[in-house]
Design a protein around this ligand. Structure first.
Ligand code: AMP
Ligand code: MG
Length: 298
């Protein structure tokens, strides 16, 4: 069943049932080396799947919300969920619909993005239907997702070390304010092995159309006919049928909220190339740039 979260739509299954979790990999075509995030309603439920860590208290202001933590796993979590790692990724989501399903089912739910592996994540119910179709017979429509990019992931599995594995709606600056030092992870050179940071596959979140990125506030390369330009915010000096912008209000939060929806719509229009503007990298701009960069990787 696909459910809305405040980040993107998730394909939810009982995380403690290996057969159910296995189905999620099959439906998405997701490689088994890419572990799933387990969604729980609160810290008490978290303690049933992961070893608690004193730093969770410092992170309490962020929960429920778009933050995933990687902790040492408990033996109850099946290997298929963690890709055999000794750690598990856990999140306490904020979306009222998702929370209600957690409450009614009493389950911990594995819920990766409800899309075929590697394609742009779904931020509306219609995206799930468009890309999974019959493979996912149930979709709960909760409207467009608030953040529109996947959760921030921080690895706390090593005592005394906090490592950002994936930028997301909770900015690195905010994590540092709560945890002190947070190191940023380096992309693994070997992209085929079971990974400490599997969300770090270079090519991910990709539309079919080729993307070429240009710096925040800068100008695209010369634009040929049949190519589109995608700005973060409206540029008064730039307009035309093939010129688009992601934010009316000019905020990077709004741009991130709209990014995957607009990429999907442009993908359907058969452009030869999309020139896309990077955002100022502060705050959620880091996540925005991360997703665009991976969407552009070939
Ligand atoms: P998603 O596809 O948005 O559900 O996110 C899943 C991502 O969470 C994976 O691709 C990994 O980046 C990350 N993840 C899940 N489990 C772990 C783990 N045990 N250790 C490190 N990262 C993990
Ligand atoms: Mg995904």
């Amino acid at each position: 069943m696909a459910l809305p979260t405040e980040t993107v739509y998730g394909l939810a299954a009982d995380a403690l049932n290996p057969a159910a979790a296995g189905k999620v990999f099959a439906i998405k075509g997701r490689p088994l080396i890419d572990p799933l995030i387990v969604h729980v309603p609160d810290l008490a439920a978290l303690a049933r799947v992961a070893e608690p860590d004193p730093r969770l208290t410092a992170l309490a202001p962020l929960w429920p919300g778009p933050l995933t933590v990687v902790l040492r796993r408990r033996p109850e979590v099946p290997d298929v969920v963690t890709a055999g790692l000794c750690t598990v990724a856990v999140r306490i989501p904020a979306h009222p619909v998702f929370r209600e399903v957690l409450r009614l089912s009493g389950l911990a739910l594995a819920a990766p993005s409800a899309n075929p592996f590697g394609y742009v994540s779904p931020t509306r119910a219609s995206h799930v239907i468009d890309s999974l179709g019959e493979r996912c017979p149930w979709v709960v429509d909760g409207g467009p997702c608030e953040h529109g990019v996947e959760s921030t992931i921080v690895d706390l599995s090593t005592p005394g070390v906090a490592r950002l594995l994936r930028p997301g709606p909770v900015p690195l600056e905010r994590l540092r304010a709560l945890l002190g030092e947070v190191v940023t992870a380096v992309r693994p050179a070997d992209q085929t092995a079971a990974q400490a940071a599997p969300g770090m596959l270079d090519r991910h979140y990709s539309p079919r159309t080729r993307l070429r990125l240009f710096p925040a506030g800068g100008a695209p390369d010369p634009v040929a006919s049949g190519e589109a330009v995608l700005f973060v915010r409206r540029r008064p000096d730039r307009s035309g049928p093939d010129v688009f912008h992601l934010s009316e209000s000019g905020t990077v939060e709004e741009a991130a909220h709209n990014l995957f929806d607009l990429l999907r719509r442009l993908d359907a229009r058969g452009y030869a190339l999309i020139h896309a503007e990077l955002a100022d990298p502060s705050g959620v701009g880091a996540a925005f740039n991360d997703r665009l960069t991976r969407a552009a990787a070939r």
